[in-house]
Write a new protein. Structure first.
Length: 116
C-alpha cells in the first residue's frame, strides 16, 4: 500500500495517524520530493473512479495562482493529467493506493469502510 502525502499538511498528518492507529502497513512517499508521474496519475484516476477534478488541490495556493478553476473545464483529461504531473502541490492529498482501489483525500468514514 502506498501513502502519498505532504508531511506538513494537517490532513495528511491525520491520515497517517489513522493508518498507524489501525496498524496498517504502508510505504510513505513525499508528494513534492517524488511527484506522481503522468502514468501513475492516469492509473490512479482510472482505479479511483472519481472525476479528475477530485485529484486537484483546489484549496492550494498554486491552484489559485494559476486560476485553474477557470481553465480546467476547457482542458482535456490528458492536459489535466500532464499538468498534475508537473507539481505535487497541485495534487490533492493524501492519496492511498491499494491493490484495486485508490482513495484521494482523507475522509475517516470512507477509510473505515475499506478492506486493508
Amino acid at each position: 500500500m502506498l501513502f502519498i502525502c505532504y508531511p506538513k499538511c494537517s490532513t495528511c498528518q491525520k491520515a497517517k495517524k489513522w493508518l498507524d492507529e489501525h496498524s496498517i502497513e504502508y510505504t510513505e512517499r513525499h508528494i513534492v520530493e517524488d511527484n506522481p508521474t503522468y502514468n501513475e496519475l492516469k492509473e490512479w484516476y482510472i482505479k479511483s473512479e472519481l472525476p479528475l477534478k477530485k485529484f486537484f488541490n483546489t484549496s492550494g495556493l498554486l491552484y489559485k495562482e494559476m486560476q485553474l478553476k477557470d481553465k480546467l473545464p476547457t482542458m482535456s483529461e490528458e492536459e489535466q493529467l500532464k499538468l498534475l504531473a508537473t507539481n505535487g502541490m497541485l495534487v490533492k492529498r493524501p492519496i492511498l493506493v491499494m491493490e484495486g482501489k485508490v482513495l484521494v483525500g482523507f475522509k475517516e468514514a470512507e477509510w473505515n469502510e475499506q478492506q486493508y
